[in-house]
Write a protein that binds this ligand. Structure first.
Ligand code: MD3
Ligand code: FE
Length: 215
């Protein structure tokens, strides 16, 4: 029994979720408004869009990217592309505030020297979800992935190395940063359907940034 029984964990906490995966609770809450401003600027150049999977399904999550390449999917497959297929232009450059946050969070979690070259930006509206999957489209599995949650909270499902492994559910809230490296870099994960709500800064949506070394 302690002071936090039945309450949220104190902010600034660090939690080991799995081998190599570190949750930095609230790590980005101080720069949340700045990050949301930057996302709006990126979306003005490279709009959020719901892409089609190779199987022909339209994803419920809307996406855009910044950096040297962007993650895309269509009937031809999943890949990183240097140009935005919707505009034919390069993706917007990685903003300094993004790169610094990802680099500092990775170092705090035990991955010094992480320098992401791409950032996938996911936007969830109520009902949007991401089915259990692995992230395998990057060239370099030795580098971690850094994720930043903004806006409405979501339930994250974390499985294991095999699709059938049991999952553990974690709430991810505005400002939470997770660094996924080591053994868990290739573990299965997903996001449950977003519950409707209103976040004071982001409004009725959740954003997730994932910083990767993809090229
Ligand atoms: C665990 N995004 O974009 S971020 C994705 O909240 C993705 O939008 C989710 O899964 C989201 O691919 C979850 C957390 C995350 C990202 C990459 C991982 C967890 C991960 C890679 C390996 C293991
Ligand atoms: Fe993923």
């Amino acid at each position: 029994m302690d002071l936090f029984d039945g309450l949220e964990p104190p902010q600034g906490g660090r939690e080991q979720m799995a081998p190599g995966a570190v949750l930095l609770r609230g790590r980005a809450s101080g720069c949340g408004a700045a990050l949301l401003d930057v996302i709006a600027g990126i979306a003005a150049e490279a709009p959020f869009r719901r892409m089609v999977t190779p199987g022909g399904f339209t994803m419920s999550v809307a996406m855009t990217n910044c950096g040297a390449a962007g993650w895309v999917t269509d009937r031809r497959g999943y890949r990183y592309a240097a140009q935005d297929p919707q505009t034919g232009r390069p993706w917007p450059a990685m903003p300094d505030v993004f790169a610094r946050l990802a680099q500092e969070a990775a170092a705090e979690a035990g991955y010094p020297g992480f320098r992401p070259d791409v950032c996938l930006i996911n936007r969830y509206e109520p009902g949007a979800k991401m089915a259990l999957h692995q992230d395998k489209d990057e060239r370099d599995f030795a580098s971690p992935i850094v994720s930043v949650s903004l806006g409405l909270p979501a339930v994250f499902r974390f499985g294991g190395a095999r699709r059938a492994d049991p999952v553990v559910k974690y709430p991810l809230r505005h400002g939470d940063v997770v660094v996924w490296g080591g053994e868990s870099r290739l573990w299965f994960h997903g996001i449950d359907a977003l519950k409707p709500g209103a976040h004071p800064l982001a409004g009725p949506v959740r954003f997730n940034l994932t910083f990767r070394k993809a090229l």
